[in-house]
Design a protein around this ligand. Structure first.
Ligand code: S3P
Length: 433
């Protein structure tokens, strides 16, 4: 089990290119595999999660070649997947297992989806339930992985009202809908990332989006295309917070995906008073990109608007570090979903903040954080193998006077393989041991 030692570093600068978006990388493999023709992907995230999806589709007979972040997918068509010879191991990746369940529920072969210790504890009832309503047959370990999916079921279209704002569940149902008889619609209680809808349209599949309702009709086909994966705003968020809290900082993050369903972290940091500006906004392949400049900021505590929660759902560990460095109290509510991510991100962050002497109060659906000064750590911080917890506490070193040790950082590889290298190139001092 590896550990970060993050030594105090007080300045951060440079123009940084963060790796490709994880959500878009997963979807490029899934939809490229199901398309007719060859899909070329550039900027693919070479992180373990996206590679789990890639390997799973290779195991189902899809020829996929990769040279660094360039991927060529020889699509097999919507009905061209083959039965894998072994259970598909999706590692730590919730997106892989939930989205692929939708596709695999409609195949003519049986298959089993498994994951690591963290994934094996995560709730899958949220996808099993709508898929079962569509006619799928899925066996699970009391609503958790492994998932045993029975092949040969004819699915029928449904209208599904999402009980939680989840892009993974929405995408799962829409992907199953590609194979279902008739129309499949999903309504969402609040906007969630819409990369699936955008990419389906990019590959020529008709998706009707009317306010919070997305519908498609089964039986169509996907046509190969070129996909350029923009930089991941979730990975960029560590550098946004890092630059905002560092005593001296001027950082530009280039080519970041600023899809409006993902930009909650920008809104939250701006509400906190961050010195953050967007420039060079452009659209590439149906996704919005911008360069983001962040300079040292005097942050203030805020009540985080609940409507921003789904739009920043993966960025809260980093936002909690910003809140720790802000003047006054930051309050987050309406974020119960954080408890079922790669770790219980409310409790695990609270435990780490306690070790750094930051006063906080854990709420059932959020947290209150009193801005303060990071103290000499009283212990090693445990990331609980959660990549985003590891990177968030590493960023805290920009406002510390003592080294911070973070345990169990291996899973940084799932989403941001060159995090340490990039952070150190900008002025941080992180060693992995
Ligand atoms: C994702 C959706 C979100 C997010 C996850 C990636 C996606 O999960 O937390 O990291 O790619 O669709 P939920 O749908 O569970 O909110």
């Amino acid at each position: 089990m590896s550990k970060f030692i993050a030594k105090p570093a007080h300045s951060l600068s440079g123009s940084l290119k963060v790796p490709g978006d994880k959500s878009i990388s997963h979807r490029s493999i899934m939809l490229g595999s199901l398309a007719d023709g060859i899909t070329k992907v550039t900027g693919f995230l070479e992180g373990e999660d996206a590679l789990s999806t890639l390997k799973a589709f290779q195991a189902m007979g899809v020829k996929i070649e990769r040279e660094g972040d360039n991927v060529t997918i020889h699509g097999v068509g919507i009905n061209g997947l083959k039965k894998p010879s072994e259970p598909l191991d999706l590692g730590n990746s919730g997106t892989s297992i939930r989205l692929m369940s939708g596709i695999l529920a409609a195949q003519d072969f049986d298959c089993e989806l498994v994951g690591d210790e963290s994934l094996s504890k995560r709730p899958m009832g949220r996808v099993i339930s709508p898929l079962t309503e569509m006619g799928a047959v899925i066996d699970s370990n009391d609503g958790k992985p492994p998932l045993k999916i029975k092949g040969g079921q004819a699915l029928k279209g449904i209208t599904y009202d999402l009980p939680v704002a989840s892009a993974q569940v929405k995408s799962c149902v829409l992907l199953a809908g590609l194979y279902a008889q008739g129309q499949t619609c999903v309504t969402e209680p609040a906007p969630t990332r819409d990369h699936t809808e955008r990419m389906l349209k990019g590959l020529g599949y008709k998706v009707n989006v009317d306010d919070n309702k997305m519908c498609l009709t089964g039986g169509g086909k996907l046509t190969a295309t070129e996909i350029q994966v923009p930089s991941d705003i979730s990975s960029s968020a560590f550098f946004m917070v890092a630059a905002a809290i560092a005593p001296q900082a001027d950082v530009t993050l280039t080519g970041v995906n600023v899809n409006p369903t993902r930009t909650g972290v920008i809104n939250i940091l701006q509400l906190m008073g961050a010195n953050l500006t967007l420039s060079n906004e452009r659209e590439i392949g149906g996704e919005l990109l911008a360069d983001i400049r962040i300079q040292s900021s005097e942050l203030k505590g805020i009540q985080i608007p609940e409507d921003l929660v789904p739009l920043a759902i993966d960025e809260f560990p980093a936002v909690f570090i910003a809140a720790s460095c802000a003047q006054g109290e930051t309050v987050l509510t309406g974020a119960k979903e954080l408890r079922v991510k790669e770790s219980d991100r409310i409790q695990v962050m609270a435990d780490g903040l306690n070790i750094l002497g930051i006063k906080n109060e854990v709420l059932e659906d959020g947290i209150k954080i009193q801005g303060g000064v990071f103290q000499k750590p009283t212990d090693i911080i445990e990331s609980h193998h959660d990549h985003r917890i590891s990177m968030s506490f590493a960023v805290a070193s920009l406002r510390c006077n003592h080294p911070i040790e973070i345990n169990g950082v291996d899973n940084v590889m799932t989403s941001f393989p060159n995090f340490v290298e990039l952070a150190n190139s900008a002025g941080m001092d992180i060693t992995e041991v």
